[in-house]
Design a protein around this ligand. Structure first.
Ligand SMILES: *Cc1c(COP(=O)(O)O)cnc(C)c1O
Length: 384
């Protein structure tokens, strides 16, 4: 059996090696390292893939979120509601911009931001909601967009984990993750579903004026050379990363399919175990069906409900099966984000999830032998 890895990008590279190597060699020959033709071409190709009017490439997903908030003109003191159960980058940029983060609980079945909790957290100072499409599945965007419209709020989608995912709205329309709110932000970190070979990110919007603002912000607030109209940042996707992304983008749908296939096999094996809860797919799907293309399984995350999660992690690690706990500590209990406003009773779901979740190896190169071994080891441990 091949050695099991949490993330295995080697197989993907072998498939695109010639194209990537040729493009990178060409960039080296032409010295178009920054803002070269590869970046522009990738931008256009991603706009077409996502069916969104504007893609603004930038240096990483954290910058993408920060620049989105700067572009919307959010000001110190403005309240921004986001999920307690996510990677810290989301709340980090809110705090960095001196906006007021308002962390709220999540849904027990989807791990995504809880709509009733958002509603309870809205005050006259609330300016934006940042849903995170966690682990590759969209938050309930119908409900979020309706709340935003009712209360006149911006919606900034953190799409770092869900590029290529789709959302089936109640009206029957299918839209790409990251393109439903006022602005979306994504990451091309190597381990993300569309990853480059370094850092990278992008911002999406259908709003022409906002796109223009964002394009200036990523480039030192310049709209005309050496005229700095607003305070900006330096955040660029470099040409070599764009070349890698151009090679991978045409394969993204097949990468998503490979992840869904692995997820389906995991879930089929675990489905009947009373102490293992398999991830639930929503957004119009009844469970993990053969044709569903909504969830892209950035992570395949189980809930272990008999109190043995930590013992299972230890057992798997001892048997050379990597696994992860995303995330072990809720953001409201992280030192950097402690605040008297947060009460433990407001986070029952997150507090439970941090003790129950375990993510299994998930990537495009998993084979049946590996999946069977992983599922057998997990089920064997749970029986013991
Ligand atoms: C990875 C990630 C980010 C940050 O992306 P970087 O490119 O690493 O800066 C933001 N939000 C979420 C949910 C992520 O998973």
């Amino acid at each position: 059996m091949k050695k099991i890895q949490m993330v295995d990008l080697g197989g993907q590279y072998q498939e695109i090696k010639e194209q990537v190597n040729t493009s990178i060699a060409q960039i080296l020959e032409t010295s178009a390292y920054i803002n070269g033709p590869e970046v522009h071409a990738f931008q256009k190709e991603l706009e077409a893939y996502l069916n969104v009017k504007h893609v603004i490439p930038c240096a990483n997903g954290t910058d993408a979120l920060q620049i989105a908030m700067m572009g919307l003109g959010l000001k110190p003191g403005d309240e921004v509601i986001t999920a307690d159960f996510t990677f810290a980058a989301t709340v980090e940029v809110i705090a960095l911009l001196q906006l007021t983060p308002v962390l709220v609980d999540v849904d027990i079945e989807t791990f995504n931001i809880d709509i009733a909790a958002i509603e309870r957290a809205i005050t006259p100072r609330t300016k934006a909601i940042v849903p995170v499409h966690l682990f590759g599945q969209c938050a309930d965007m119908d409900a979020i967009l309706a709340l935003a419209e009712k209360h006149n709020l911006y919606v900034i989608e953190d799409n770092a984990q869900a590029i290529g995912a789709k959302h089936l709205s109640r009206s029957g329309e299918k839209r790409m993750a990251g393109t439903m709110g006022h602005v979306g932000a994504t990451s091309f970190f190597p381990s993300k579903n569309l990853g480059c070979y370094g850092d990278g990110g992008a911002i999406f919007t259908n709003d022409d004026a906002l796109a223009n603002t964002l394009r200036g912000i990523v480039n030192h607030g310049m709209y005309e050379r050496y005229h700095h109209d607003v305070v900006g940042v330096n955040s660029r996707l470099d040409s070599m990363q764009a070349a890698v992304l151009r090679a991978k983008l045409p394969k993204l749908d097949s990468y998503c399919d490979a992840r869904r296939t692995a997820a389906r096999k995991y879930s089929a094996a675990f489905g009947n175990n009373p102490n293992i809860l398999i991830p639930k797919t929503v957004n119009g799907c009844e469970g993990i069906c053969d044709t569903c293309d909504c969830h892209v399984f950035h992570q395949y995350t189980l809930r272990i409900t008999n109190g043995k999660r930590d013992a299972l992690v230890k057992y798997l690690n001892e048997h050379d099966i990597p696994c992860g706990v995303y995330y072990p500590i809720p953001l409201h209990r992280q030192k950097a984000y402690l605040d008297d406003r947060y009460k433990e009773v407001d986070f029952p779901v997150t507090n439970r999830l941090v003790a129950e979740v375990i993510s299994l190896p998930m990537h495009t190169e998993l084979d049946d032998e590996q999946i069977n071994h992983i599922t057998a080891m997990v089920i064997g441990f749970m029986k013991g």
